[in-house]
Design a protein around this ligand. Structure first.
Ligand SMILES: [Ca+2]
Ligand SMILES: [Ca+2]
Length: 162
């Protein structure tokens, strides 16, 4: 029941926004990742991003978006980064009041990645949707941070685009 509702809701918001942004209207009010989480007003990268770079110096960051993902009112950071030439991964850096912690990593789409924050079940914490492509294959997944784990709640086509 929940899954069916989820799939319908997602279809609507994926069609309305995200990939088809070129078509104009976005009917669903969503919170997109803010640019200010990547670079602060002074031009410095966010502490979460700095932490990731210092612990993963060889992994180029492709995309990041900030939001509180574990419900402690401190902004965390979703990161999609290069694992190898044709393979990307994703994790969340949790800001624990100035101490940083990386979740486990999961496969991420190869190209056209979009990170969208959406509270899909109307209770904390906030979930997020990652969509993207590999060649002509489109996929998306819904994720939630539980403890220090990044949990894959639901997805479609992710195997073909990661
Ligand atoms: Ca947080
Ligand atoms: Ca939620």
């Amino acid at each position: 029941m929940f899954r069916r509702w989820l799939a319908c809701g997602l279809l609507v918001c994926l069609v309305a926004g995200g990939m088809s942004a070129g078509c104009g209207k976005t009917a669903v009010n969503e919170t997109k990742g803010s640019d200010k989480s990547e670079v602060s007003e002074t031009g410095e990268p966010s502490p979460c991003l700095s932490y990731f770079i210092s612990t993963h110096p060889d992994n180029e960051v492709i995309k990041s978006a900030g939001a509180d993902l574990d419900g402690d009112n401190i902004e965390d950071l979703v990161l999609i980064y290069k694992e190898s030439e044709d393979k990307n991964k994703m994790l969340v850096v949790l800001d624990k009041q100035g101490e940083y912690q990386c979740t486990n990593e999961t496969p991420a789409p190869v190209s056209n990645q979009v990170i969208t924050f959406k509270d899909i079940d109307d209770k904390p914490p906030l979930e997020f949707i990652v969509q993207g492509m590999k060649g002509a294959n489109i996929g998306y997944g819904i994720y939630r941070v539980e403890g220090a784990n990044l949990v894959d709640l639901f997805g479609e086509g992710m195997k073909d685009c990661c």
